[in-house]
Design a protein around this ligand. Sequence first.
Ligand code: OMK
Length: 233
Amino acid sequence: KEKVEITKAQRALMKVIVDAYNRHKIPQDVAKKLLQDQYSAEENFLLLTEMATSQVQVLVEFTKNIPGFLSLNHEDQIALLKGSAVEAMFLRSAQVFSQKMPNGHTEVLEERIRKSGISEEFMTPMFNFYKSIGELHMIEEEQALLTAITILTPDRPFVKDQQAVERLQEPMLEVLRKLCVLQHPQEPQYFARLLGRLTELRTLNHYHAEMLTSWRMNDHKFTPLLCEIWDVQ
Ligand SMILES: Cc1ccccc1NC(=O)[C@H](C1CCCCC1)n1c(-c2ccc(Cl)cc2)nc2cc(F)c(F)cc21
């Protein structure tokens, strides 16, 4: 039986990532807002563009705290942010959807999202992902590390020095692996399941541009930042 132990250095790395993650977490208020009122497709679209725009700004701040990220080649820093922003948004949305809520609230939230303006065809893949994240019952350390690992994906488009990104991602993967063994001793496959979610996350990437342009309304306006990050307009 492998005796797994997180070293002092690994605990320090985890603390840096979790502190940055908590400092740069978007307030859950979007769920509260959606639970309070029913909005039109136009209002929901505006809410989404506001949430997504602030999410990108928060993501940049979070990423700056990842040890070694600022020492990467500057174009590669941009390529990693551009390549992970949509996934980070869906991962954050999944974490918001999976958080513990009073009885019946998650169902109301799901209903509001189903009626928000997104076209029907994207509901199944999106909610399948949200529910598969929910089933993992991740602790915040796992959520923070998973977000950092998503950002530090070496094979994003236009990344030149992939090895340099791998050297940053590997220690995160190793800490997460140990954490999963310690947190879920009964489930030796837990770490593999967690990484499997990242593959599911990439498929949502393919849909995101169409999810936005097919939002049930005319004249979709995006902020300049979203035009940069999302493949729209
Ligand atoms: C939660 C967050 C944090 C940071 C950034 C973005 C967001 N996301 C949002 O604000 C949008 C809202 C927006 C308003 C309409 C309903 C969905 N949102 C999406 C989503 C759906 C489709 C696409 Cl294309 C993108 C996102 N999934 C959600 C699941 C939730 F449990 C939730 F509370 C909000 C969620």
